[in-house]
Design a protein around this ligand. Structure first.
Ligand SMILES: [Fe+2]
Ligand SMILES: [Fe+2]
Length: 451
């Protein structure tokens, strides 16, 4: 899928040089090169750069770095975590293009030589200009087949991209499409016209708001609509970040879920619901999780509207960086690796989806401050066996701890299909026997009268 060139709008550059003089030189070259304001991050080692990328708290459109040794392993890691951005590798090698072959756009320059870095920057821009004139990538947005299947009949024209960069319409607004229709073009990917897509997003906000107004809000309808909203947002954030339209959809969907949850959510009702799900993964994962997290919070006496908002928002956003339901089902990174079913790319997506989703959350205007933290920590475990950071209990916030417990509880019927959900508090007690986790567990376990 074509990514939209970011350098043309808002260049974010990571500069990696050990020599402070080389860093300064790169800074001067960049200042001269970009006519628009740009952001730069300067670090002194590849190790430092990889850690920064691994964390996922910052994203870049260009990485300029230096290679002085013979090992390519660090470069491989840099490229793995940096992803599909532009790279300029400064190296003293005679013919670097024959030595350094990576599946990303990479230009070469000589370390400490400003004109060679300038030339590399120009080359990147020329190749981008060429791409922009030969296709209309900026007018279209790539979407997955899933969003089309959640919209039947279609409410928008659907295009595919030809090899020469042109887009052709394959289905039109109003068409009823079958699974086979979607499969037919799934591998080449689907595209929608951006202008029409914006209308569709506005319509989705209206739909959610109208539903929220309904007096007897139906549980099934909420789940279905939240799922639809998430499908749309997943595609947008991946391509364009959390745009205002995507934020409106998220806000409206969270408000709707909160209305469904109410101000006094009963744990017993959620237990019944979890039993009826019978261990299968549901597309309404986030709605059920929001309900469960709020019901647990209510039992702990954390029943303010702002706590419910934080938990519902975190539930809506926590897996927004995952496009694959199979990956969303994995609660342990180690288990996912052991299954040997996933590609390296999938595992990387799984490992960093909490950090990525937290990054999206921070792009959200007016989001309560703890939400990104809950999202970032939702796969951490009290003993440090979680991911992506392997944090231990003392570093995990109380609200995150509650959210983690709720998330694990949802998986309980899958892992122990023969045990009643109430047994969760006995069976998993030893896993959550530290810090905030212990307190939360004890409070819920000892207070049985509300179940
Ligand atoms: Fe997750
Ligand atoms: Fe999840």
């Amino acid at each position: 899928m074509e990514t939209i060139p970011k350098t043309a709008e808002n260049p974010r550059v990571l500069v990696v040089f050990k020599d402070p003089g080389h860093r300064l030189l790169a800074h001067e070259v960049l200042k001269k090169h970009f006519s628009t304001p740009f952001q730069e991050t300067l670090v002194s080692s590849l190790q430092e750069a990889i850690e920064l990328l691994e964390e996922g708290s910052k994203s870049f459109s260009l990485i300029i770095f230096e290679h002085s040794g013979t090992s390519q392993a660090l470069i491989r890691l840099l490229v793995q975590f940096g992803g599909q951005v532009d790279y300029i590798l400064c190296t003293k090698e005679e013919s670097p293009s024959s030595i350094f072959k990576f599946d990303v756009p990479m230009e070469f320059a000589t370390p400490g030589n400003d004109s060679s870095i300038q030339a590399a920057l120009k080359k990147i821009e020329i190749s981008k200009d060429k791409k922009n004139t030969t296709n209309l990538a900026l007018d279209y947005v790539g979407v997955r087949g899933d969003i089309l299947s959640s919209m039947n009949p279609l409410r928008i024209d659907v295009y595919i991209k030809m090899q020469d960069g042109r887009f052709i319409k394959v289905y039109k607004n109003g068409d009823a499409i079958s699974k086979a229709d979607i499969e037919k073009y799934r591998s080449s990917g689907f595209f929608l016209k951006k202008s029409e897509y914006d209308d569709l997003l506005t319509a989705q906000v209206k739909k959610v708001e109208a539903l929220t107004e309904e007096e007897n809000l139906s549980d099934e309808k909420v789940k279905e609509t939240v799922h639809e909203s998430q499908e749309m947002i997943r595609d947008i954030v991946g391509e364009m970040g959390f745009t205002p339209e995507a934020q409106n959809i998220a806000r409206a969907s969270v408000a709707m879920t909160m209305k469904l949850i109410g101000s006094r959510p009963r744990l017993s009702a959620i237990f019944q619901e979890l039993k009826s799900i019978e261990g299968t993964y549901v597309s309404s994962h986030s709605v059920v999780l929001g309900k469960l997290a709020c019901a647990l919070a209510y039992r702990l006496g954390w029943s303010s509207a702002s706590t419910f908002l934080k938990l519902s928002m975190a539930a809506f956003l926590h897996d927004i960086a995952l496009k694959d339901d199979n990956l969303a089902r994995e609660t342990s990174y180690k288990n996912a690796v052991a299954k040997q079913r996933y590609s390296q790319e999938d595992l990387k997506i799984l490992r960093f989806h909490p950090a990525k989703a937290a990054e999206y959350t921070r792009q959200f205007n007016e989001v309560p401050s703890d939400v990104d933290q809950i999202v970032a920590q939702h796969h951490e475990r009290p003993d440090g066996s979680g991911f992506p950071r392997g944090m231990t209990a003392q570093f995990i916030s109380p609200l995150s701890a509650l959210f983690i417990i709720a998330h694990e509880m949802m998986e309980f019927p899958t892992i122990f299909p023969d045990l009643p959900i109430e047994k969760f508090f006995e069976v998993r007690e030893h896993d959550f026997n530290a810090g905030q986790f212990r307190k939360i567990f004890a409070a819920i376990k000892n207070d049985t009268k509300l179940i």
